[in-house]
Design a protein around this ligand. Structure first.
Ligand SMILES: Cc1ncc(COP(=O)(O)O)c(C=O)c1O
Length: 417
């Protein structure tokens, strides 16, 4: 791994090697994470990184872009085929940039936009006052029903009628259930709004047809290419044919300048890989593992938000265990199980403490863990929740976690070149 850096900068090489060792020896269950294949790591560092180009194939601002044109056309065709979309733009640098590109394409300053509340599972870029987009647009937020802890579609509908948004956004960072895209699309149409789905978290499950696709229902579908899609750190936007021109202008020159062609090469590989049987098998395992985890934790007295999961995310309300998200996150980190604290609906704790945690099953499913291992992880989580400050318990779990994960190498084909 990094054979040239190893010679020229041993100090930095050592830090990267340490991170590889950390990932290898830990049970990574951050819901937004996944493991990049050897091909993706190669392509992310390939010679396309040397090339500056702006614009679109056939209409670039820099000479020498013919090969880049070939690659971008291939990637776009593969993305369109994978998702059955009319149009795809692979230039956004990340999921956030993908969202900004759509805003640049269709919104004017002061326009009303409806998104899901951050503390109910939405995303920073969907209207949080902490995000700079809130200075330009008038965001209003819908949330979850107190009873079901799922999207309150009636509230969404009455808010849409009252506020008459230009854009309605669905999708989030911590929403474990399916979203009724058809219903929100109908609401959007009835108030003359455009409909955007941010599928950043579930893009892999959608690609593998393990959960329903938002593409037939939305004007725009934005995404990260990491998270369940298991690709490089990048973004993309899909849209209906009628919005293609506006979207392309929104991306460039609206939101970005030169393209990260090396990352686009990795995305292009990813869209071929994600259409295959091997990827679908992993995505099926991701969803099965999340269901097993939710059931096993519920059986042990954890309160699972919304009563279960339909995707890769399990959200827990830890008040039933009398501990905070931060305490549980820190205790599990010591044990070698990596998760994150997360706000839950009507959380009485601060965002730096929280009453909940978010757990994801993508990385562990890629490594091959199945129901028996997930059961053991749930049992360890239970022991840790019952004694988060007991060194004896934590050390015993730490040995068990290391022994469990050692049987599932991060890169089973051998050491990275
Ligand atoms: C729903 C959603 N949208 C967008 C993003 C932003 O993606 P990125 O980190 O690639 O900018 C995230 C990341 O957490 C997300 O969960």
């Amino acid at each position: 791994m990094l054979r040239h850096t190893r010679m020229s900068d041993p100090e930095l090489y050592g830090i990267v090697a340490e991170e590889l060792d950390r990932q290898e020896k830990n049970i990574e269950m951050i819901a937004s994470e996944s493991t990049e294949s050897e091909e993706l790591l190669e392509l992310s560092g390939c010679v396309f990184a040397n090339k500056t180009t702006e614009g679109y194939p056939g209409a670039r601002f820099q000479a020498g872009s013919q090969v880049a044109d070939k690659m971008e056309r291939l990637g776009v065709e593969r993305a369109k085929a994978l998702y059955g979309a009319d149009h795809a733009n692979l230039q956004p640098y990340s999921g956030s940039t993908a969202n900004y590109s759509v805003y640049a394409a269709v919104l004017k300053p002061g326009d009303v936009v409806l998104g899901m509340r951050l503390d109910h599972g939405g995303h920073l870029t969907h209207g949080s006052p902490a995000n700079f987009m809130s200075k330009f647009y008038n965001f209003a937020s819908y949330g979850l029903s107190e009873k079901t802890e799922q999207i309150d579609y009636d509230e969404l509908e009455s808010l849409a009628r009252e506020r008459r948004p230009r854009l309605i956004i669905a999708g989030g960072s911590a929403y474990p259930r399916l979203i009724d895209y058809e219903r929100i699309s109908g609401i959007a149409r009835s108030v003359g709004a455009l409909f955007m789905v941010d599928m950043a978290h579930v893009a892999g499950l959608v690609a593998a047809k393990v959960i329903p696709s938002p593409v037939p229902h939305a004007d725009f579908v934005t995404s990260s290419t990491t998270k369940t899609l298991c690709g490089p750190r990048g973004g993309m936007v899909l849209c209906r044919a009628e919005h293609a021109k506006a979207l392309d202008r929104g991306v460039f020159p609206g939101a970005i300048s030169s393209i990260h062609l090396n990352i686009m090469a990795a995305k292009t590989w990813l869209f071929k890989h994600a259409a295959g049987a091997e990827f679908r098998e992993v995505m099926l395992r991701v969803v099965d593992n999340a269901r097993v985890l939710a059931d096993e934790l519920a059986r042990r007295g954890f309160r699972v938000i919304s009563g279960g999961t339909d995707n890769h995310i399990v959200l827990l309300d830890l008040r039933s265990k009398g501990i905070t998200g931060k305490l549980f996150q820190d205790a599990l980190e010591y044990v070698g199980i990596t998760i994150n604290k997360n706000m839950i609906p009507a959380d009485p704790e601060k965002p730096s403490v929280t009453s909940g945690v978010r757990i994801g099953t993508t990385s562990v499913s890629q490594r091959g863990l199945g129901a028996p291992e997930i059961g053991r992880i749930a049992a360890m989580m239970d022991r840790v929740a019952d004694a988060p400050e007991d060194r004896g318990v934590l050390d015993a779990c730490r040995s068990e976690a290391l022994e469990l994960i050692a049987a599932f190498p991060l890169y089973p084909k051998g050491p990275l070149d």
